[in-house]
Design a binder for this molecule. Structure first.
Ligand code: HT7
Ligand code: ZN
Length: 850
């Protein structure tokens, strides 16, 4: 297949003034009639021929201005001769939603019709210029006996056909690209509410779910209303239609989709009750509801000119949802969680064969570029821009962006031009963050002489696929200096590094300070700094920057673990003493303390070993991490029972951040206690828990302690009817299994009749759950690789998008020893040789293999 290249961008030949669609729904033979009002695009290529995308469609008829035409059909669309001026194109196609297992275009999930059109799914519904820079108002008519018929925009007329089939009309006045089109039809129930906008417009809000799920929508609705209010207050953005509909579906390739006025969500990110959802689920629901809602402005009103500009909407919207969640919960805790996620997903991607710039310059399958780099590094780039220009100029630039580009399909150049115009800065060097892949390494040396403290930084970005040489980037380095007594002598100052090597000095200091570098993780870089454990312990105790306090504890833990893995060193007493202090400090937020106590993941340790030039052994890492957790348990033992009790809050479960923070710390205490009592307390907790956070937490600990058989069975008995809860059950068993049992456990679970592997949530729970058990997945026998590889080959026939995304479990192969590398390569080669492999998976496998 041919790569699509950014440099080849050309506008479309025509402009679409209006779209009218009629759907006659039928599982095996849906008819779609499309009527487009078109005129030549003065900015596009001139000519008398038009191309429309189309895939897997049966063309029934086509006409131009009412006269039948016979277009030239190709595998990816059609060409048709067209008149010189404006004209009306009409066509009727037939599609079969029931057989659509790829979950792209119009498909069925549990008897309900739904759509997923981003990125290029609309072309599976009808012939159309399926590209984001073609924007038009849509009128849609849906004919079906299904009780609820929804599409984008505001509701219009309703009626009944001569044969008794009901129909409804929807009108979306806001011009939109086809990827934001949506249609839903099914037997659904609404959880409804209302919102009054700042300018006093009344908006009807509905969350549509399957019958029986209505009582699990309250939290999502609350999150939606808070998101709407926040976007008005912080960004001055109001909602712009009379209704906002959200639909929860069980079969969905991603988290959710921001279709105009009709968001479609993976039910996992909507439905919650204390008994069925964990604190983490609540947090994700809040964040994803906000994310999709915020897209109404950053993505929908202002969209992307082409898919290379994906970070324009995704990076900015992630940044906005992170700000929102920080405001709703705790800014430092949210920042730590975001950085943990960034390092676990994006740094892993940026330092492996799949590394690509935030704005890639070519792709084979765009669905493969909905990545941590585009989303999360894209958000970091915006955070850096905000830090560099300051809050006031950021707000001014955003106001100008909304004003200047409302209704546009814009580019990263447009985005940066707005900032340049407001701040009068030259952002050409900054724009390298969008075009250069790879995580910059930032090293630093310090000198102190006659009251002057100097920091000399050096930046270097390693080569990435297709980019051997890197130029220096603009790196905002937020720095504070502490005096030896722990007081802050220089508050946070943002240094702007632009050169490969650059020095910054601070004068008038009475003593050599302790630097707190990269406060708040001010840039997505890897900081290499030789510092001793005592200094890290000092920062853990005294830093005024909460992020760097946590970071100090984290790097201490990592250093201890690396020494335990490499030199069989015993767990460091200094580290354990520092933890003891943090644990006992009641002035610290419990959620923060829980994060400090959490050990780096096995994958994180493997990456650090690899960065230091050592080949990681997943089994040795697992053993060392387990040993450190044991050492934590023993060292903190005298405080754990009291901590556990202190974090046990009376009263019913509430999902707020404060209560969740207490539960997180309580769980850590329980987890450590389980290492001492073999699981007695966890067993009691499992019996008494009245919410899923505590029930599942205890179950995981019992599995880890080898006491899982009975509780696992009881859990399944209790929750067998609940698809979302059972996903957790599948996932936990392989994830918490002792490494040597993980593959067998997964094999057994995969045989169960309720392992509905065509459902992406189930597939990700079990197969992804195994891959997340690092030592189990990387078992020296290669059984983990083979198991996952076989399932990926099988899923590819059914759902290429989810398969392709999951091949990333193999992206870290270059880290490992020759035997493991050979086995992974063999697995990937077997996948690559699967007959009729999808373009999605073929591209990923070939990029991973390099
Ligand atoms: N913008 C949405 C992306 C998305 C998607 C992309 C490819 C295939 C399926 C998909 N479902 C949703 C979601 C978001 O970022 O908000
Ligand atoms: Zn998004």
């Amino acid at each position: 297949p041919q790569a699509v290249r950014l440099e080849d961008y050309t506008p479309w030949s025509h402009v679409v003034d209006r779209v009218q669609l009629t759907f006659r729904l039928d599982p095996r033979a849906t008819r779609v009639i499309s009527r487009l009002s078109l005129e030549p695009n003065p900015a596009g290529p001139q000519g008398r021929r038009m191309f429309l995308h189309g895939e897997g469609l049966t063309l029934i008829r086509a006409s131009i201005d009412g006269r039948a035409v016979t277009p030239d059909l190709t595998p990816d669309g059609l060409y048709c001769d067209v008149p010189e001026g404006p004209f009306t194109w009409e066509c009727e196609v037939e599609i079969a939603p029931e057989g659509n297992t790829a979950l792209e275009g119009l498909y069925m999930s549990n008897g309900m019709y739904c759509t997923q059109c981003e990125a290029e799914g609309f072309r599976k519904i009808t012939y159309y210029p399926d590209r984001p820079d073609v924007m038009a108002p849509f009128d849609v008519r849906v004919e079906s006996a299904m009780p609820v018929l929804l599409s984008n925009g505001n509701p219009g007329a309703t009626g009944t056909l001569a044969d008794g089939t009901p129909w409804v009309e929807w009108h979306d006045p806001w011009p939109k690209p086809s990827y934001l089109f949506a249609l839903v039809a099914g037997d659904l129930r609404a959880h409804s509410d209302r919102f009054t906008t700042a300018s006093d417009r009344d908006v009807a809000l509905n969350i549509w779910v399957r019958p029986g799920d209505e009582d699990r929508c309250a939290y999502a609705m609350d999150a939606l209303k808070r998101s709407m209010a926040w976007d008005e207050q912080v960004y001055g953005r109001e909602y712009d239609l009379d209704v906002f509909n959200i639909v929860a579906v069980d079969d969905f390739n991603m988290g959710a989709m921001e279709n105009k006025g009709l968001n479609i969500f993976n039910s996992k990110y909507v439905l919650a009750s204390p008994q069925t959802a964990t604190d983490r689920d609540y947090e994700l629901i809040e964040g994803i509801i906000a994310h999709e809602y915020f897209h109404n402005w950053t993505g929908n009103r202002i969209t992307c000119r082409d898919w290379f500009q994906l970070c324009l909407k995704e990076g900015l919207t992630v940044f906005r949802d992170q700000q929102f969640s920080g405001d709703q919960r705790s800014v430092p805790v949210k920042r730590i969680e975001d950085v943990l996620q960034l390092r676990a997903r994006q740094f892993r991607e940026d330092n492996g064969p799949l590394a690509h710039p935030v704005r890639p310059s070519s792709y084979i399958e765009i669905n493969n570029f909905y990545t941590a780099t585009v989303y999360e590094k894209g958000a970091e780039v915006i955070g850096m821009l905000k830090l560099l220009v300051g809050d006031a100029q950021y707000a001014e630039a955003l106001a100008l962006y909304f004003d200047r580009h409302d209704g546009d399909a814009a580019t990263i150049e447009d985005w940066l031009a707005v900032f340049e115009d407001v701040t009068k800065r030259d952002l050409r060097q900054f724009s390298r963050w969008y075009t250069q892949a790879g995580t910059p390494r930032l090293s630093v040396e310090e000198t102190f002489d006659a009251g002057t403290y100097t920091l000399r930084f050096r930046q270097r970005t390693p080569p990435t696929p297709g980019q051997a040489e890197k130029l220096p980037q603009v790196i905002p380095i937020a720095v504070g200096l502490l005096a030896p007594d722990g007081s802050e002598v220089v508050p946070t100052t943002v240094l702007e590094m632009t050169q490969e090597e650059q020095s910054f000095s601070f004068d008038g200091l009475a003593a050599r300070p302790v630097p707190s570098l990269l406060r708040g993780f001010s840039a997505p870089v890897i900081l290499d700094r030789a510092s001793d454990a005592a200094e890290r312990a000092f920062l853990l105790a005294h830093d005024t920057d909460a992020f760097n306090r946590w970071e100090a504890g984290r790097s201490l833990a990592k250093e201890v673990l690396l020494r335990m893995v490499g030199d069989n060193a015993p767990p460091s007493a200094d580290y354990l003493a520092a933890l003891d202090q943090v644990l006992a400090d009641d002035t610290l937020d419990p959620a923060f303390r829980a994060l400090v106590l959490q050990l780096p993941s096995e994958d994180d340790i493997a990456q650090s070993l690899h960065d230091n030039g050592t080949t990681p052994d997943p089994t040795a890492i697992h053993i060392a991490r387990d040993a450190l957790a044991h050492a934590q348990a023993e060292a903190l033992a005298p405080k754990l029972p009291a901590l556990f009790d202190a974090m046990t809050r009376p009263g019913p479960y509430t999902p707020d951040a404060e209560a969740a923070g207490c539960r997180a710390l309580r769980h850590i205490a329980l987890s450590l206690l389980t290492r001492l009592d073999g699981g007695d307390r966890a067993a009691q907790e499992f019996d008494r828990a009245d919410n899923m956070t505590e029930e599942l937490g205890a179950l995981g600990l019992l599995i880890r302690a080898g006491r899982g058989t009975d509780p696992v069975a009881r859990f399944a008995e209790r929750w067998g009817h609940d698809r979302l809860v059972m996903d957790k059950w599948f996932q936990l068993q392989v994830n918490m299994a002792p490494p040597e049992q993980a593959v067998t456990r997964a094999e057994t679970l995969a045989q169960r009749p309720d392992f509905d592997w065509k459902n992406p949530n189930k597939f990700r729970a079990l197969i992804g759950g195994l891959a997340a058990n690092a030592a189990g997945f990387h078992d020296p026998s290669g059984a983990g690789y083979r198991f996952v590889g076989e399932w990926l080959s099988r899923l590819d026939k059914v759902n290429p998008q989810t398969t392709a995304r999951m091949t990333t479990v193999f992206e870290t192969w270059p880290r490992y020893d020759a035997d493991r590398q050979d086995m992974i390569r063999e697995t990937l080669t077997r996948i690559a040789n699967t007959p009729d492999l999808s373009r999605d998976t073929a591209e990923m496998v070939s990029r991973i293999l390099g």
